[in-house]
Design a protein around this ligand. Structure first.
Ligand code: IMP
Length: 401
């Protein structure tokens, strides 16, 4: 396997965690490169459920090394909490298994407070996760962020806090003390990630870059302003880790067999009827991070065709096809006319696809649906997920692995 990046082609929650976990089996290193603990990745392994929001999904495999790259915004308290949670579930985490880039900006309590107060005090809500992601990225480009490496030097940290205090209202000494209390726990993982990753890949190690959120939440290409505050596209894997783009040849686009979205903002194919409710309940469409109900709709081929193009997707991993099992007919948005979606209706298969591992065992109607997705998005489907467990997967022969 060569280096690859895994991204979501829709609004996030496409099921990246499971696919990254599967791909991680053949990789040596798994890297998070953007977002923060706004992400929610659910992994089901031998009936054990792991809910991760900051640590790379590869952390569950103890023979892998995981990395948090500089493109992430890092809440150090949340980091330590999540490490502890995963440890309690029996996984070893130490500095040989987890590395954090020293130039990663921190999410501090004033970011969270600002994010939440903005959401409460406006009638133009974005519906953020309230975790301080946006304000932390603002500080990064505003050149007033505290980077995790700054925790190494007390004088530098005080200086950086003083700069932040020109903009935010907080008690500098109190925050310095709070950081002093945890800094050794965090700093043990901190190192020169870009140099290390480049040396590793040059020596033949395989890296999986794990995206968070989805392409339609990208700050440049998403449904602005109803987006997250980072670039979620595959190109960010390079900027957010320091591994140049020409060392990352493959892009897997995780794509749900229908569409979901959490939070506010436009959603062309949204369903407001009993079919939408059916998809939400069969697909258990509730946010991992905030527990909010996800809005559900038909597959939007116009959108996925575009996101495959801008990400350079080399193969689609199609997820949650089994959620459509009971529908008599299924619609696909194939075009847009003056803002109105144009649908093609295809027959449903009305039988269970849960746990199928061979394409030949899929109902003909499901194969037709998958083929239409390939044609309409102009992208090959290389993997189909038929349930949350690792082995509930069809790997197609034309795949890249
Ligand atoms: P923020 O990332 O918390 O600033 O939220 C901005 C928008 O991105 C909101 O609509 C969130 O619901 C959405 N969002 C953030 N993270 C995720 C995710 O992991 N999955 C789906 N939506 C997300």
């Amino acid at each position: 396997m060569s280096n690859l990046v895994v991204i979501g082609t829709q609004w996030g929650d496409e099921g990246k965690g499971k696919v990254v976990d599967l791909l991680a089996e053949q990789a040596d290193i798994i890297v998070r490169f953007q977002g923060g603990h706004n992400a929610g990745h659910t992994l089901v392994i031998n009936d054990k459920v792991f809910k991760l929001s900051l640590l790379p999904s590869g952390i569950i495999r103890e023979d892998k090394i995981t990395v948090i790259g500089n493109g992430v915004v890092l809440d150090p308290w949340k980091l330590l909490e999540e490490i502890e949670l995963v440890r309690v579930q029996g996984i070893t985490i130490n500095p040989t298994r987890l590395m954090i880039a020293e130039n990663t900006p921190l999410i501090l309590p004033y970011h969270k407070a600002l994010d939440q107060s903005r959401e409460q005090s406006t009638d133009k809500k974005i519906g953020t996760t309230g975790r301080g992601i946006g304000p932390a990225y603002e500080d990064k480009v505003g050149r007033r962020a505290i980077k995790v490496g700054d925790l190494r030097d007390d004088e530098l940290l005080k200086h950086r806090l003083a700069i932040a205090a020109e903009y935010h209202d907080f008690d500098q000494q109190q925050l310095f003390n709070q950081l002093a209390h945890i800094k050794e726990h965090v700093l043990q993982y901190v190192g020169p990630v870009a140099e290390w990753l480049n040396a590793q890949t040059d020596a033949g190690a395989n890296i999986v870059f794990e995206g968070a959120q989805g392409s339609m939440l990208d700050v440049d290409f998403g449904t602005y302003p109803y987006v997250t505050s980072s670039n979620t596209l595959a190109g960010m894997a390079s900027i957010g880790s320091g591994v140049p783009h020409n060392k990352i040849p493959n892009v897997i686009g995780i794509t749900k067999a229908y569409t979901t979205r959490v939070g506010e903002g436009p959603m062309t194919t949204e369903l407001f009827d009993s079919i939408g409710e059916h998809i939400a309940s069969v697909g258990k469409e509730k946010g991992t991070v905030t527990g909010r109900a996800r809005r559900c709709g038909w597959f939007d081929a116009v959108q996925v065709r575009k996101t495959c193009m801008i990400n350079g997707v080399t193969g689609i991993a199609l997820t949650k096809i089994d959620v459509l099992d009971e529908l008599k007919s299924i619609k696909i948005c194939t075009d847009m006319h003056e803002g109105i979606p144009i649908y093609e209706e295809v027959p449903g298969w009305c039988s269970s696809t849960v746990g199928i591992t061979q394409l030949k065992d899929m109902p003909q109607e499901a194969i037709y649906y998958i083929n239409r997705i390939q044609e309409l998005t102009k992208t090959k489907v290389v993997m189909i997920s038929t349930g949350p467990e690792r082995d509930q997967t069809i790997i197609l022969p034309a795949s890249l692995f």
